[in-house]
Design a binder for this molecule. Structure first.
Ligand code: PMP
Length: 486
């Protein structure tokens, strides 16, 4: 422990347990067991022990507190940063907090350059420490003069006494994890850790921690978690929403030989997993925690079927707190407008619509008309059942789905009978239209709605190869308008 005991001028009195500064409280984060989020992954007695390292409990709320002071001290030793100097860094926020805490205590000015996709909370927090924040557009090439990397480089050149830590190339970044994060995990697990999972941005956490743990246990399995659209896991670079992880270039600490496998995680899976950590485990988690959790769940699923899976000890690093993302990850409105949260129609299955209607007991599941029946009979049946579409079957009886050859619509038939009254004596087979599209009852209501929005008047619902019902656009709208009626 760095925390010291206050003893000056108080000889004989018991020492007071305290830290000298907040910097002494960085690191030594606890491990907590994850269980609720793994409940459905495999039988409890087959699951490995899964422990989350809670980096959000650092004083600045993230794993990046670990690198702030070490990078500053290395620069002081090298004469790159002198009293009164300015720290300029392109950062997604968390490194800024780590640097800002150290800078506050050492009296340096800070200018942070960040992409405008970063949450408003992160910007406000940096300003709270007294830092200046410069925003740059998110979706430009790293080489573009507008990118936050380029702007930071320019400011570091032009501001007198400025120094840029450059966490992407600074060896003090991975070294901090090799010196602290790795040994902590080794000691906390009494050397029993078998698997390490970490999401990666600068890759400092993953590389530094893995390097130490591998030096103690060559068989350690290292899993990197990376957003879709990041080059670290070999994807082609494209924009994504998850903050703090993934890159469109290879940082200096990128050490593929230390990573056994990469797991690529979509924004949606990462965000929903982060919410699960908060709501099921009570760990207020940031987005990249979700990225790491998705990779962990995939790993645990494999271990749960291995004969010795239950003997394994998995440590997953959770980088930062959900408090940084209240206006994004934890805003239902923001999540929905970014397509990350299921709409009501996506959660509901077509079967739910039919079940509802069944409770109302109004009519049989499917009312059919046969090719050999008269148009007049069909018109009568529409009115008897209060319906507006019917599938047409060529089978003489029963409701064999394979015999559906067409459909008829009430208004269409009535219009034709109005223009030509003789038509009521014709057979349905002569006047019918095309068969209605079909959908399996397990599909989502959104899928059904998409078919109807594409022009179908109604859809036939299939249940285990048989006709289970028929739904119209009105059925869906009514259901959504009165969700509690079923
Ligand atoms: N998660 C968040 C929220 C981060 O800000 C960062 C740092 N960019 C990371 C994860 C990844 O850490 P590292 O840079 O050490 O790979």
């Amino acid at each position: 422990m760095n925390a010291s005991h206050h003893a000056s001028g108080t000889s004989g009195l018991p020492p007071i347990d305290h830290a000298e500064t907040i910097l002494d409280l960085v690191g030594r984060t606890p491990l907590v067991r994850l269980s609720r989020v793994l409940r459905d992954v495999g039988p409890a007695d087959r699951l490995p022990l899964v422990l989350a390292k809670l980096e959000m409990l650092n004083p600045g709320g993230s794993v990046k507190d670990r690198i702030g002071l070490p990078m500053i001290e290395a620069a002081e030793r090298a004469g790159l940063l002198r009293p009164g100097g300015t720290i300029v860094e392109p950062t997604s926020g968390n490194t800024g907090h780590g640097l800002a805490i150290a800078a506050a205590l050492r009296g340096y000015r800070c200018v942070f350059v960040m992409a405008d996709k970063q949450s408003a909370e992160k910007q406000a927090l940096l300003r709270a420490y007294g830092a200046e924040v410069v925003l740059c557009p998110s979706n430009v090439e790293p080489g573009s003069p507008e990118s936050y990397y380029s702007v930071a480089r320019r400011l570091a050149r032009d501001i007198p006494g400025a120094w840029q830590p450059d966490q992407y190339s600074n060896p003090a970044n991975p070294e901090a994890h090799e010196r602290t994060t790795g040994p902590e995990i080794w000691e906390q697990t009494r050397g029993r850790v078998t698997h390490l999972v970490a999401s990666a941005g600068t890759v400092g956490t993953l590389t530094g921690t893995a390097r130490y743990l591998r030096s103690r246990s060559p068989d350690l399995v290292v899993v990197g978690a990376d957003p879709e659209g990041s080059v670290l896991s070999g994807d082609t670079a494209r924009p994504y929403l998850t903050e703090g992880v993934g890159e469109d270039f290879y940082p200096a600490a990128y050490a593929p030989e230390l990573v056994d496998r990469w797991v690529r995680v979509s924004d949606r899976d990462a965000f929903l997993a982060a919410r699960r950590l908060t709501r099921e485990e009570g760990i207020l988690a940031g987005e990249s925690c979700g990225t790491a959790l998705v990779a962990t769940i995939r790993l645990v699923r494999e271990l749960a079927v291995a004969p010795d899976g239950a003997t394994k000890v998995v440590v997953v690093i959770l980088p930062d707190t959900g408090r940084n993302y209240l206006s994004k990850l934890y805003s239902d409105e923001w999540m929905r407008s970014n397509g990350l949260l299921a709409t009501t129609g996506e959660r509901l299955r077509v079967a739910d619509l039919l079940r509802d209607r069944h409770h109302q007991g109004a009519r049989p599941d499917v009312v059919l008309v046969r090719t050999t029946e008269r148009v007049g009979d069909a018109i009568g049946r529409f009115q008897e059942h209060g319906i507006s579409q019917m599938p047409v079957s060529e089978a003489p009886e029963g409701d064999d789905a394979g015999a559906i050859v067409g459909s008829v619509e009430e208004t269409g038939l009535l219009e034709r009978a109005y223009r030509d009254p003789a038509i009521v004596e014709r057979t349905i087979g002569e006047v019918m239209g095309r068969p209605l599209p079909t959908i399996e009852e397990e599909r989502s209501v959104d899928d059904a709605y998409a078919l109807l929005a594409g022009g179908a008047a109604a859809i036939l619902v299939m249940r285990e190869g048989r006709l289970g019902g028929i739904v119209t656009r009105l059925d869906i709208l009514e259901h959504l308008a009165h969700p509690d009626r079923g």
